[in-house]
Design a protein around this ligand. Structure first.
Ligand code: SF4
Ligand code: SF4
Length: 303
């Protein structure tokens, strides 16, 4: 069984052509800007919409696990002890509680994505597996990729590379495009801000590049105060050039997904930081051109 939190049809930013993006739950990293915070925990979680909440406290009363607490106008969940029984959502008079995440067999996911096969064929698209970190479910992930390839579908995987290289080796034959996130190139920053291990992430990137660099696109979420300096971004573009990776896509910071933190009773530490002007990143296009790397911003050309 796989844990899925969203299946988005007709996506155009996560690989070539028209795609279906399957978002998988579970992630070892903790990026403060993550636009899908519901992806972190492998378990199903509950969204609480404060605007619909009547403040009755019934959810706390019915929870057999003691996993829900109504306090200070907010509902707080302890995902680690929630048994996913659904009693709180069932009793909620305001319909303020909604489960996010469901279990699906890999075969069920394939049936779902095949609905749009005609669109993939006409546009050169296919299926992208994203998350979360798809490799957090690596055993089932490889089986799903195999099933997709058996249907003749183009596949892409968006990954941040934080897992043993053996997992990549298993998946490698079934992936057409790797959308590889490089959030920072400095060990210390990566470890302290997102909990990442640059040594492992770089090792996996080099492994993929050594096999076939033409199938990799490096993606960089550009975050104010974290990695938005020209020197850091130039070093990442230089890394791509050195590995003969021909495309780097810079993803300007945005605040989409901000309200999900409230729904999950999570703190959003980047409060007050405005969305980034994409044009501020255009000069990096010239840096890429000098090095033979196409630098795009949010998937769009910079010249
Ligand atoms: S789903 Fe069940 S266990 Fe989880 S918080 Fe709701 S009532 Fe408690
Ligand atoms: S049961 Fe629903 S309306 Fe009542 S406190 Fe819980 S979330 Fe709010």
């Amino acid at each position: 069984m796989m844990r899925v939190f969203n299946i988005e049809r007709f996506a155009t930013h996560d690989g070539d052509g028209i795609r279906t993006v399957v978002f998988l739950k579970g992630c070892p990293l903790r990026c403060p800007w993550c636009s899908n915070p519901e992806s972190r925990e492998p378990a199903r979680q509950l969204f609480h919409t404060a605007g619909k909440c009547l403040g009755c406290g019934s959810c706390q009363k019915v929870c057999p696990a003691g996993a829900v607490r109504y306090e200070g106008g907010r509902v707080h969940f302890r995902v680690e002890i929630c048994t996913e029984c659904g009693a709180c959502a069932d009793i909620c008079p305001g319909e303020a509680l909604e489960f996010v995440g469901r279990q699906m067999e890999a075969e069920e996911i394939v049936r779902e994505v095949l609905r749009d096969r005609d669109y993939y064929e006409e546009s050169g698209g296919g299926v992208t597996l994203s998350g979360g970190e798809p490799f957090a479910q690596s055993g089932e992930l490889v089986r799903l990729l195999l099933l997709l390839k058996q249907q003749g579908l183009n596949t892409a995987v968006e990954t941040a590379g934080q897992y043993p290289t053996e997992r990549l080796e298993e998946a490698f034959p079934y992936v057409d495009t790797w959308l590889y996130d490089v959030k920072h190139i400095e060990e210390e920053k990566l470890r302290t801000v997102v909990g990442g291990d640059w040594g492992q992430i770089e090792k996996n990137l080099r492994f993929l590049a050594g096999r076939d660099s033409s199938r990799i696109v490096i993606r960089v979420p550009v975050i104010p105060g974290f990695n938005d300096c020209a020197e850091t971004l130039e070093r990442i573009i230089g890394l791509a050039a050195g590995l003969e990776i021909r495309r780097v896509d810079l993803l300007p910071y945005h605040t989409l997904g901000r309200e999900k933190y409230d729904k999950l009773s999570m703190d959003y530490s980047l409060k007050g930081i405005p969305m980034m002007d994409r044009k501020s990143l255009y000069p990096l296009g010239a840096v890429g051109r000098k090095l033979g790397v196409e630098v795009t911003v949010g998937g769009r050309k910079t010249d």
